[in-house]
Design a protein around this ligand. Structure first.
Ligand code: ARG
Length: 294
């Protein structure tokens, strides 16, 4: 497993690079960054379900070359399944999972299982990872009457993340928070990523999805999006979906809090190495960009 997965990743990278300089330059650039600020990687539940081995190979490869991404995972499909097995309805309001108190133990168990599955897969690939299911996000209840035990991050505790990175382990975070009085709450994964990004100010934010990028009207991955210059035109297109607008608005909000050098990449586990270490990339690269004053 170890050798095979790493070899496949290297072969894939070699076959897409123009020359060694390209890969070396990116590796140098990423290595110069304090490693707890290199990259925050968000992994959706579907990737955990369908592409755990590819995910583990890609993350282990980064670790092999000395980089330490911070992983935040969701667990949508896993939670739907676990809740329905417990006879609890999966209801959403404004895109957020309504979380009755009785759902909390079920959610905690299902998210821990997803978390450990990622950590185990990385270890099986020869990598080192630390499970951090709780202890990072402080939270306030959003509106208990409407959402139940759903929290909005109010603070981020970096100790567990820093300790893992210092120990050479990839921290793998689940989206569970704690209120001031110690109640466990469910946090939407995008909200958790936003809170973490605000504090860490990472160089890269990476969304690993099955589609591997934003798709245009012909189903092709859009390679780059410069929000300052492209957003208006894109939002005026007749084919853009509501979901895509929301996604782009969320990414704009993430980048608005970061230096102009930071960027978002949406890619797949299989394409991650190529996205990071080549100019052309493989996925969608999104920058805030600067408005040209004309
Ligand atoms: N490797 C560079 C980076 O990660 C450039 C990626 C370009 N990607 C793209 N989809 N156009 O920042």
């Amino acid at each position: 497993m170890t050798g095979h997965a790493t070899r496949a990743t290297i072969v894939q990278l070699l076959s897409h690079m123009r020359d060694g300089k390209e890969v070396r330059d990116y590796l140098n650039r990423f290595s110069q960054i304090d490693q707890s600020r290199f990259a925050v990687v968000k992994i959706g539940g579907a990737v955990i379900r369908d592409d755990l081995d590819g995910l583990a190979a890609a993350l282990t490869f980064l670790q092999t070359v000395g980089l330490s991404p911070i992983i935040v995972h969701g667990g949508g499909p896993q939670l739907d399944e676990a809740l329905s097995a417990s006879g609890i309805a999966s209801e959403r309001v404004n895109g957020l999972r309504v979380t009755p108190e009785a759902a909390i133990p079920v959610i905690r168990k299902a998210l821990s299982a997803a978390n450990i599955a990622i950590v185990d897969a990385i270890r099986e690939c020869g990598g080192r990872a630390a499970s951090v299911p709780t202890g990072v996000f402080d939270a306030n209840l959003l509106d208990e009457a409407v959402y139940g035990r759903v929290g909005e991050p109010s603070g981020v505790q970096l100790d567990l993340i820093d300790a893992a990175v210092r120990g050479g382990e990839i921290p793998v975070l689940a989206c569970l928070g704690e209120t001031e009085d110690g109640k466990l709450v469910n946090i939407n994964a995008d909200h958790a990523v936003a809170a973490l990004v605000k504090v860490l100010q990472p160089y890269k934010i990476i969304f690993l999805t099955e589609t591997g990028g934003l798709l245009d009207d012909e189903g092709q991955v859009i390679s780059t999006l410069n929000l300052a210059s492209d957003r208006e035109r894109l939002f005026a297109a007749d084919w853009i979906t509501g979901g895509m607008r929301v996604k782009i608005d969320q990414i704009q909000a993430l980048l608005d809090d970061l230096p102009l050098t930071s960027s978002v990449s949406i890619t797949s586990p299989a394409a991650l190495t190529q996205e990071l270490f080549t100019h052309a990339g493989a996925g969608t690269l999104i920058r805030r960009g600067e408005k040209l004053l004309t």
